[in-house]
Design a binder for this molecule. Structure first.
Ligand code: SIN
Length: 524
């Protein structure tokens, strides 16, 4: 086991983590920035983002409209100051991405081609075909490679934050400081100690807590679970966004996303009887905010007993469609769906968490030295329901804020030499004989959450879910205490904590807002 003393430790290598790494490394060329990530370098929710990034770009659009759309989608639970800040800083961040090599699609006249998505009153989504996240991640990694003071460590799994609770003689203080993290090197199988003056959680989302999700396997809420165990403030976990249109392919994980930009391009949703049911639900029809569309689909499925609804693209101009959405077109073709003549079967899937680790306008969490950024952070931008394509934007704006704070105000901090940080103690642990117990419990959590804590909730369902989760918690903790740690057991433990937080915080909410909808809160 080794001890590394560094300046900045970033956990996670999506758009949030890499932006902070690049900006900090550029500003402080003599300081060491480490990025720890549990899978291969590029594996993150960022890589799978299809639609794009929302930013006011067109002369006819305005910050006021983007702010208003964000507040309406968020059911006015957003922090208006944060909304203004993020939206007004968006164009600057887009220019930064373009300078870093991101190739946003252009229209025939040479201007950027701006897409539209649900809840937006204007075309303002900058995109690269239907693989915007992939394009951004690729270019950020290129920038990282140019900077010798960034060390990127793939296949390193952060197990827990190091806080006053670990430091001898400091267990009882009220305001908690973070000093680094214990990290499992998956190659050596050793748990190393990383000590840093600034620590950033940029660990992404929690989609894997549900059986059907658009999020990759790595989205297990590790950062939020670590922060929760370290006693950081976590809020709004009841607000989980279900994307209305994932491709219906039972058992496929992650579910393939049919971008909302396809509805922005003019596609219709149809039920079993081929009716455009959204026309009766909302004036904005298919382009109502996601919570409304996902609930409407859920209700259609319950009424009809069908497993999916349809997305109809048959009336759209196919050449233009294929140019904008080549990946979606090919995916459907590979499954025998000719979207020029056939409907696409779609179903809602867990997609994004609005809540998470509470941060202030700079990105500080409630623990000293600890920042959070990206999907694991709760900044106040999204309120009760995120407006489409505002998430990569949030990660960029807050990524810049955190990097500025580290390079302007924290650059002279040095590690306290007297602090005694214990190494990870694995005495008495053994390699578990069977992994099936871990995978069984993971599937059980996913099924509990999908059956009882999804788009529509009730007190009874939440109570039942909590009972099941309490049992799984005991079982998982027992296994964790005696096991030599693996990513699988750590992810299970984290998923258990995330499921618990979603259920407990759902129980507290007594009013239906945005993505949170309980049968017990319906007014008579
Ligand atoms: C999509 O392309 O529909 C997803 C974009 C987002 O979640 O913002």
């Amino acid at each position: 086991m080794s001890i590394f003393k560094i300046d900045t430790l970033i956990l996670g290598s999506g758009v949030a983590g890499l932006t902070i790494a690049i900006k900090t490394a550029l500003a402080l060329p003599n300081k060491k920035v480490f990025v720890v990530t549990k899978a291969e370098k590029s594996e993150s929710n960022t890589k799978y983002a299809q639609g794009g990034i929302a930013s006011v770009w067109d002369k006819l659009d305005s910050f006021e409209d983007h702010i208003n759309d964000t507040m309406v989608a968020g059911d006015y639970l957003n922090d208006i100051e944060v909304v203004k800040m993020v939206i007004e800083e968006a164009p600057k961040c887009m220019k930064q991405l373009i300078n870093w090599g991101v190739d946003f699609d252009q229209a025939k006249n040479g201007d950027l081609d701006l897409g539209k998505e649900g809840g937006h009153s204007a075309n303002r989504v900058l995109h690269h075909k239907d693989i915007t996240g992939f394009e951004i991640e690729k270019n950020l990694l290129k920038q990282v490679n140019l900077l010798p003071n960034i060390t990127l460590l793939p296949y390193h799994f952060a197990i827990d934050l190091i806080t006053d609770h670990h430091v001898k003689g400091k267990e009882t203080i009220d305001s908690i400081s973070c000093y680094g993290a214990y990290v499992l090197n998956q190659k050596t199988k050793k748990i190393d100690t990383y000590i840093a003056t600034s620590i950033v959680l940029a660990t992404g989302g929690v989609g894997q807590v549900y059986a059907a999700t658009t999020n990759p396997n790595v989205a297990t809420g590790d950062g939020i679970a670590m922060a929760y165990r370290a006693k950081a403030k976590i809020e709004d976990m009841e607000f989980v966004q279900f994307h209305p249109t994932s491709l219906y392919q039972p058992g496929e994980s992650p579910a393939f996303l049919i971008s909302e930009a396809v509805r922005g391009f003019g596609a219709f949703l149809r039920n079993k009887k081929e009716e455009r049911f959204m026309l009766k639900i909302d004036d904005r029809a298919e382009l109502a905010p996601r919570d409304i569309v996902a609930r409407a689909i859920d209700s259609e499925l319950i009424k009809s007993g069908n497993q999916y609804v349809y997305l109809d693209c048959t009336h759209l101009k196919m050449d233009a469609f294929i140019n904008h959405f080549p990946n979606i077109f090919e995916k459907c073709k590979s499954l025998g769906i000719d979207i020029a003549t056939q409907y696409i079967p779609v179903v809602p899937a867990a997609h994004y968490l609005m809540g998470g680790i509470i941060v202030d306008k700079i990105g500080y969490t409630s623990l000293k030295n600890l920042f959070a950024c990206g999907e694991c952070a709760r900044t106040g931008l999204h309120g009760a329901n995120r407006l489409a394509s505002n998430s990569l934007l949030e990660a960029l704006v807050f990524g810049n804020k955190i990097a500025n704070e580290i390079s302007e105000n924290r650059k002279n901090l040095i590690l306290d030499k007297n602090i005694q940080i214990p190494e990870w103690d694995e005495e008495g642990t053994t390699v578990p004989k069977e992994k099936v117990l871990i995978s069984h419990n993971r599937k059980t959590i996913q099924n509990i959450m999908t059956d009882l804590v999804a788009i529509v909730r009730s007190n009874e369902r939440l109570e039942k879910a909590l009972d099941h989760l309490n049992y799984l918690y005991q079982d998982t903790e027992k296994a964790y205490d005696k096991s030599k740690l693996s990513p699988q057991i750590c992810e299970l433990r984290n998923l258990n904590a995330i499921a618990y937080l979603i259920v407990k915080q759902s129980m507290k909410r007594k009013e239906n807002k945005g993505a949170f909808y309980s049968l017990n809160n319906l007014k008579n």
